[in-house]
Design a protein around this ligand. Structure first.
Ligand SMILES: NC(=O)c1ccc[n+]([C@@H]2O[C@H](COP(=O)([O-])OP(=O)(O)OC[C@H]3O[C@@H](n4cnc5c(N)ncnc54)[C@H](O)[C@@H]3O)[C@@H](O)[C@H]2O)c1
Ligand SMILES: [Zn+2]
Length: 366
């Protein structure tokens, strides 16, 4: 098992990563609960939040284990899917908290993908002004991204993740073997975020994926541990520097500027988030090349890697003007100016607001 300590003062926590750890973490969860509660009598209750796909696979057996150790467990299994990330689902989580008579010392435990983790985290951050929670992510995307860093939230009809909070978990347990049951497309969508970490901070991670993509896709234990550990380490370092996205944390949005626009313009139904981010990264690299910020080989390497994984690298049937218009509606626009994260080389990016609409248009129409 590998450990990463996320150093955030009183909000610090550990990420534990390993193959098959879910069957051994009951004692560690109990230790965490004990550490955060001076009164073990009131704290022996947890609510496990999961979804109907993950409940039978992983949540049920952990619930049983905790119950055998004297913890009172209530499980809430949500309907899977991004379209469930809304108020009414949140209400179901609060209802479970009330029914289980949770107090401020009781833990919520999220087991599932990013949808479950984001909603459980938001419910935990707001219930009684905040109860502790644990993340047990089971998709590659949630293992390398959403479970670490404390962004929680739900969607609003006006936009994705528009209602939310920064609220760090008390612990993150990543069992890489849960990826065995994850559909391959979901694995690939998560792998795009790993490629993103390589692009923004680690040339060696990028080259590792180029070299060992077959092992990764075959879920080789060591390869998974390496890419997930490296990704979490990078995310943890960035979050430690800038917990609330006032500065450097923005580099995590590499590929997301155009990626988000593409997702929104196709009603979040044609592309998985990761697929859209892959396309967004390629366009960002091409913009960097056009502006003389990066060598053209950066865009070429990125495109070659994505193509070798059968991932899309461009869109041809969306009006570029619509994409540009959408970019200006992004919540990350600052003072009406577009903010782009562009590569300088593989492993290093810069944040700039100097990308002109003309350059974006050229790159989108080439
Ligand atoms: N908080 C953050 O910092 C952050 C960062 C990135 C993304 N996100 C959010 O994460 C969400 C996407 O997360 P996701 O990609 O994990 O999607 P998801 O939670 O919808 O999971 C994808 C699908 O896989 C299923 N599943 C999960 N684990 C499984 C397993 N081990 N075996 C079989 N099936 C499994 C789920 O039931 C679901 O159907 C989005 O809502 C996004 O906004 C948040
Ligand atoms: Zn993302």
């Amino acid at each position: 098992m590998k450990d990463i300590f996320v150093k955030l003062g009183p909000n610090s926590y550990e990420i534990k990563i390993g193959w098959g750890i879910i069957s051994q973490i009951d004692n560690q969860i109990i230790d965490l609960i004990a550490a955060f509660s001076p009164n073990p009598i009131t704290a022996n209750k947890v609510v496990i939040i999961t979804d109907k796909n993950v409940a039978g696979l992983y949540a049920g057996s952990l619930a049983n284990k905790l119950e055998k150790k004297g913890i009172l467990v209530k499980q809430v299994s949500l309907i899977p899917g991004e379209n469930q990330k809304n108020y009414s689902t949140l209400e179901k989580i609060y209802k479970a908290f009330f029914e289980h008579q949770m107090d401020r010392k009781c833990f919520a435990i999220a087991i599932g993908g990013g949808v479950v983790g984001d909603m459980a985290g938001f419910a935990a951050s707001t219930f009684m002004r905040g109860i502790p929670y644990i993340q047990i992510p089971t998709t590659l995307l949630s293992q390398v991204d959403s479970s670490v860093g404390g962004k929680t939230g739900i969607n609003h009809p006006k936009g994705k993740n528009m209602i939310g909070s920064f609220y760090q978990p008390k612990g993150v347990f990543i069992d890489t073997s849960t990826l065995i049951t994850l559909p391959k497309e979901e694995l690939l969508a998560g792998l795009v975020e790993v490629i993103k970490y390589g692009m923004i901070r680690s040339e060696s991670l990028f080259h590792y994926i180029e070299k060992y993509s077959v092992d990764i896709l075959h879920l080789n234990e060591r390869a998974l541990e390496y890419i997930i550990y490296s990704s979490c380490k990078i995310k943890a370092e960035i979050v430690e520097e800038d917990e609330k996205e006032g500065g450097i944390r923005a580099i995590l949005n590499f590929g997301h500027t155009i990626g988000h626009a593409i997702e929104a313009l196709t009603n979040y139904s044609r592309y998985r988030h990761g697929d859209a981010v892959g396309i967004g990264m390629v366009y960002a690299a091409r913009i960097a090349s056009k502006m003389g910020i990066a060598d053209n080989s950066v865009a070429v390497s990125l495109e070659t890697l994505l193509k070798s994984l059968n991932l899309d690298t461009e869109v041809n049937d969306i009006d570029p003007k619509q994409i540009i218009e959408k970019l200006y509606q992004d919540k990350k626009t600052i003072g009406g100016r577009l903010r782009f994260v562009l590569p300088v080389r593989i492993g290093e990016v810069v944040v700039t607001d100097r990308v002109s609409d003309d350059i974006i248009y050229n790159v989108l129409t080439e």
